[in-house]
Structures are given as C-alpha cells and as structure tokens.
Write a protein that binds this ligand. Structure first.
Ligand code: AMP
Length: 436
C-alpha cells in the first residue's frame, strides 16, 4: 500500500480553504484586469537549462528531473523566467508595453516552515517593454489596491533600488564581488537585527568601519522624500546610486499621482531581495501581523528577458504569494467565510415526491441560486436537515404534499432555525443573496 501522506511542504486544500483561496485569486484578477492586464498561462515544467544561471544561490532549490525521453527538465521556480521565455518566443506577436498576469504553482526545494512551502501558488503581474517609472508605480499601485481590496490592515510596501544597495556597498569601499555577500546580509536585517548583520559582515571580512557605515546607511528611515534626500547627501557622488535615487523619486511621484496613500509605502535602503535578476526598483510588502516574511515581492528586471530575446526588454513585475496571503487571512479572520458553495438544500419530503423536489431545484438553479439536492428521502426530513446543516448550507427547503397543494415552499434558515412559507414564484428572490 502506498503511504497516505503528502510530500513535505506540499499541501492539500479542502473545500473551506479553497473557497478562501479562490476569493483571493478572484480579487487579484479583478484588480489586474481593472488595469487592463491580460492573462497568461505557461506549463509547470520547463527545460532545466532555461532556469539555470538565473537564480544565483537559489539555483540549488530547483526541482530537476529527467523524463522518460532523457530530457533534463525542471519544475518552474517562479513565473518570471517562464515569462521571459514567452516574451522572447512570441515577441513578434506581442504589443509592447505588454501587461500580463499569471496564476499558478511554483516549486522550490526549501526547508518547509511557517509560510514557506515547497509547492506554493503565485499570482504575478508584470509590465513588459517599458522602462518608465510610471510602470514601476503602476505595479506598486496594483499591489496596494489588491491588499486593500482583500482587507489587509496596516501593510506597508518597502521600496528600494538595486543601485542604492550597490552604492552603499561601494561607498563602504567594497568591490562588486564582495558586494553580493553584503546584499545577502542586508537582506536578513529584519530577521537578524543590526548586531546580527554586523557580525555577518565582519565574518565576511568587511572592515569594522565599513560595516558601521553600511549599517548606518541601511537604517535611514522616515518620510520617503526625506530618506531619498539623506541618501543623496551620502551617496550622491556615486553616479549609479544618484541615478537610482532619481528613479525612485520619479516612482514616488507616480505613486502620488496614482493616488496611492502615503502611509502605504516607504523607502527602505535595507531591502535587498534575494533574486539575482533585479536591476532597478525592488519592493516587498509586509504586515506587522505576519513577522515571518513578505506577502509579496517584486521589482524591475531589465536584463533577464534580454538573455533569451537577444535585446534588452525592460520589465517590472510582482509576485503575490497566495499561500502567505491565505495563511495571514485565516489567522486574522479576513475575507468572506462561505461555509458552502450552495445557498439552498432541497429536501425530499417522502419517497415518491422526488420529481417535485428535483423540479424545485431546477427552478432555483435557473434563477441563479446554488442548490444542493438531497439524494434520498430515506431517514426522513430530520436526517436531511442535519445533513444540510453539517454541509454548511444556510437554507433548507421543504416541499410536502400540503405545500405542493398551496403552491408554496417551506424555507428554513438553518442559522437560528426560523422558518416560513414562501410562494413558489418568490422563492428565488427570497434566496437571492443568501450566500454569505
Ligand atoms: P519571490 O518569487 O521569491 O520573489 O517571492 C514572491 C512571493 O512568493 C513571496 O513574497 C512569497 O509571498 C511567495 N513565496 C516565495 N517563496 C515561497 C515559499 N517557499 N512558500 C510560500 N510562498 C512563497
């Protein structure tokens, strides 16, 4: 007998959980489509070499395997590298800037933990073929609108730019090679704190004065424009950092013009983000209610698509982690909590009356009411009402000989137990907004 267990880090989602997940995806889809994004779906499996060389240290997390034909394949790690392939493959058919969204599972061989899985679902939105800071701002606006529509309280998006972090490393006297270790340490700032990061930097061979300077720079905090001002003062001589700060200023102007509330974002020079393909803006959204990690992340990656397309195609995008959104919403009790997909449960009063109940169920469905039908009269009404209640259906309908004679239906609210007779022609209207 095969073992009845999941692969570690991969989960089943039964009805209630799926209803919340579907709600999350529906809201994200709605926001993306409101901005005119179009859907894209790509396979879960890609050639391994497509993914290789794009992920830096994280490459070891790729699930690789050989198929029966001896091909070296991999489960996708994210939806960004597949997007890059699609853009290169269909460039002639796409109209740039191309706005696309995508939803599906990604796979990483990570050590599972709270909010960290090996199979998890991402919802991505990207703008391909525009270097405009307005594209960056639109992506951040979308994430803000989405988290607001999902009802997240008190979230903040941290914004930074790869060349601000590069500038911090250079200003501290480190060359490019040493800088990547520094980025990784800075990225752990929220987890390790200033002392933990200092320790890591010193272990890496960074001089104590450089470490002190890096720590001072990454901790600059405050109103976005003030943070940019202060960073300009300290990094202004570094041309790439100066351009990066100018770019962040333009993104923030875009956010203001798009009506994104100022309390929703911050410039955070400590934000590095793991993936190695980012070239410009990077961002993550977090909420104090979920200290384990980011709800979503993204940034600008102007060179990744060029690796496939042979010419630079500037792109900015984000990936929501559906599993994290789901876990946090469960914990905070956010979102609607339907207990069933059905609003109505039509009972069968007695053997021989099946046809009448089936006709009623058909009428309800035709009227747009999601309806479960009992499958047997056996055991009596009591058993059927109990079944309806256990399935989380709000209303039970009873159609006995008396009701049939009067052209009525008995409508029983299983939350609280109130019941009343309703004229057959009015029953759809009575149930129309019963799903909660
Ligand atoms: P990334 O593709 O690493 O930029 O991640 C984007 C988002 O996907 C993160 O903010 C998380 O919400 C989610 N995510 C990434 N890795 C995992 C994981 N192992 N388990 C669950 N969610 C993840």
């Amino acid at each position: 007998m095969a073992k009845l267990q999941n692969i570690k880090g991969m989960r089943d989602h039964l009805g209630q959980a799926m209803l919340l997940r579907q709600h999350i995806v529906a809201v994200l889809t709605q926001v993306a489509e409101r901005h005119g994004f179009e859907p894209l779906q790509t396979p879960v499996v890609e050639y391994a070499e497509l993914l290789e060389g794009k992920l830096g240290d994280d490459e070891k997390l790729i699930y690789r395997f050989e198929d029966n034909g001896g091909r070296r394949l991999a489960l996708r790690y994210d939806q960004t590298v597949p997007l890059a392939r699609v853009v290169a493959q269909y460039a002639g058919q796409l109209v740039f800037p191309w706005r696309r969204y995508a939803y599906g599972p990604s796979y990483r061989g990570e050590r599972p933990a709270r909010g960290r899985y090996r199979e998890f679902y991402q919802f991505d939105a990207d703008i391909v073929g525009s270097a405009s800071p307005l594209a960056d701002a639109e992506i951040v606006a979308i994430l803000t609108e989405s988290l607001e529509a999902l009802g997240f309280p008190g979230f903040t998006t941290l914004l930074n730019h790869r060349q601000v972090i590069g500038g911090i490393a250079r200003a501290s006297g480190l060359d490019e090679a040493a800088a990547s270790g520094v980025y990784r340490s800075i990225d752990k700032f929220d987890k390790l704190g200033a002392d933990g990061v200092r320790e890591e930097l010193l272990k890496m061979g960074v001089a104590p004065e450089s470490a002190a300077q890096i720590l001072a720079l990454v901790q600059i905090d405050g109103d976005p424009r003030d943070v940019l001002e202060e960073l300009s003062g300290r990094l202004g001589d570094d041309e790439r950092a100066a351009q990066a700060l100018e770019n962040l200023r333009a993104v923030i102007s875009g956010l203001v013009e798009m009506g994104v509330a100022p309390e929703r974002y911050k410039v955070a020079p400590r934000l590095a983000r793991g993936l190695s393909y980012y070239t410009g803006l990077v961002f993550e959204a977090a909420t104090p209610h979920w200290p384990e990690g980011s709800l979503l992340g993204g940034g600008r990656y102007d060179e990744l698509i060029g690796q496939f397309a042979g010419r630079a195609i500037p792109t900015v995008g984000l990936a929501f982690g559906i599993d994290r959104l789901h876990d946090v919403m469960e914990e905070l009790g956010l979102g609607p909590r339907p207990t069933s997909t059905a609003t109505a449960y039509v009972t069968i009063f007695a053997a021989g009356l099946e046809a009448d109940s089936l006709a009623l169920a058909r009428e309800l469905r035709a009227g747009g009411v999601n309806t479960l039908i009992s499958l047997e009269a056996g055991g009596g009404l009591g058993k059927q009402l109990k079944d309806a209640d256990r399935k989380g259906v709000r209303f039970a309908l009873v159609l006995g000989p008396d009701e049939l004679a009067r052209g009525e239906v008995v409508l029983k609210d299983l939350r609280g137990g109130a019941q009343r007779s309703v004229a057959r022609g009015e029953v759809v209207a009575a149930l129309a907004d019963g799903r909660q």
